[in-house]
Design a protein around this ligand. Structure first.
Ligand code: PLP
Ligand code: COI
Length: 354
């Protein structure tokens, strides 16, 4: 049976809403007035609280700072024209939250409690949700170890928090990408399928090197042979190749994206052929050369549907067809926007109303 989560609420005395520049939002830089915090100790979650957004005090000895016992989620809430607020598929994130927790030896958060925590904090800051096209409220739940202990062992205490950021589009233009054939994001047996903080820390150096060469994003390949496509930056890689939606299988090296699943479901709805399988670099490049690669995009919560403008491999750059001419991803974007902003039917029940 569902239990109602008891949350202590302390509202801010001075909202920052009026002084926030919603026309110039930079992803992840602006936080709303409130945040949610909870503690885990003695084998249970407790002290759920919504507080004014602000600094927290932790010991410098907490093991998350030293050994990275920490992970996060990313979800979006949307405001509809009639003022209703919905969160997109948070049940999927609740499940993945616990997959990440298990991989990192951290305690699970009951899915229902996770959902209630999101609903409560989004409700309090619902006036912060931007309504301009492509805008939303990014929800960042995360968990980190809080034992003061420098031994390499799972902590016994943890903090769970939820932060909120009004955001616009993460990418504003088609991406110049490079197929990475030296560095790896994750290896078989590793943590690629978890939203472990360390996965992102480790991706920054190769991404920085690629940025110095003028690239916007890396297309990650398998750690062993660098022959197969894995992901695109912090998004799943999706292609239309030879008239089929093709995307790498999500084994343990790849994050099982909610957006990826959403795109696949829409493709099935439309009778568009889908192949979830290993995608080789060779076939992708052959498709780019022959024109059979008619669509390529990153799919993710922050990224939404981010078109790939060009792909570079072994010093050659292959420019793809203009994003505005791509039938599949344009249809996906249109359909998704209609669902999320409440302008079209939500046949799968993806909107969770606040
Ligand atoms: N892959 C990685 C590494 C990511 O960080 C993300 C972003 O969350 C995704 C894929 C896409 O997942 P989702 O669509 O659930 O946001
Ligand atoms: C998300 O899309 O939620 C992500 O995790 C990407 C983020 C690292 C900006």
């Amino acid at each position: 049976m569902t239990e109602t989560l008891d949350i202590k609420i302390t509202k801010t005395l001075k909202s920052r809403l009026a002084e926030t520049d919603f026309d110039n939002l930079v992803f992840g830089r602006t936080f709303t007035d409130h945040m949610l915090v909870a503690d885990y100790s003695d084998g249970e979650w407790k002290n759920f609280e919504i507080l004014p957004y602000g600094e927290i005090s932790v010991s410098p000895g907490i093991s998350s700072l030293h050994y990275g016992q920490s992970f996060f989620e990313g979800i979006k809430a949307y405001k509809h024209a009639d003022g209703k607020v919905s969160i997109f598929r948070p049940d999927k994130n609740a499940q993945r939250f616990n997959k990440s927790a298990e991989r990192l030896c951290m305690p699970p958060m009951p899915e229902d409690i996770f959902l209630q925590s999101l609903l409560a904090v989004v409700d309090i800051d619902r006036n912060w949700i931007p309504t301009a096209p492509g805008h939303s409220l990014y929800i960042r739940p995360f968990m980190f170890a809080t034992d003061q202990y420098l031994g390499v062992a799972p902590s016994l205490s943890y903090k769970y928090m939820v932060l909120l950021c009004p955001v616009g589009p993460y990418f504003t233009k088609a991406l110049r990408t490079k197929i990475e054939t030296h560095y790896t994001r994750s290896a078989a047996g590793g943590m690629g399928y978890a939203k472990s903080s360390g996965n992102y820390g480790g991706s920054m150096y190769p991404a920085k090197k690629a940025a110095e060469e003028g690239f916007d994003q890396l297309i990650w390949t398998d750690a062993k042979e660098h022959k197969y496509i894995e992901e695109m930056g912090a998004a799943n890689a999706m292609f239309v190749l030879d008239g089929k939606l093709v995307t790498p299988l999500t084994q343990d090296t790849i994050l099982d994206g909610v957006t990826r699943d959403t795109v696949i479901t829409l493709a099935h709805d439309w009778g568009f052929p889908v192949e979830e399988r290993n995608v080789s670099v060779d076939e992708l490049i052959a498709g780019a050369k022959s024109g059979k690669l008619t669509d390529a995009f990153g799919a993710g919560t922050a990224a939404t549907i981010a078109p790939v403008g060009s792909i570079s491999y072994q010093g050659e750059e292959y420019t793809l067809i203009d994003p505005s001419q791509r039938e599949f991803s344009q249809k996906v974007l249109k359909t998704l926007d209609a669902i999320r902003y409440g302008q079209g039917p939500d046949v799968h029940g993806w909107n969770c109303f606040v």
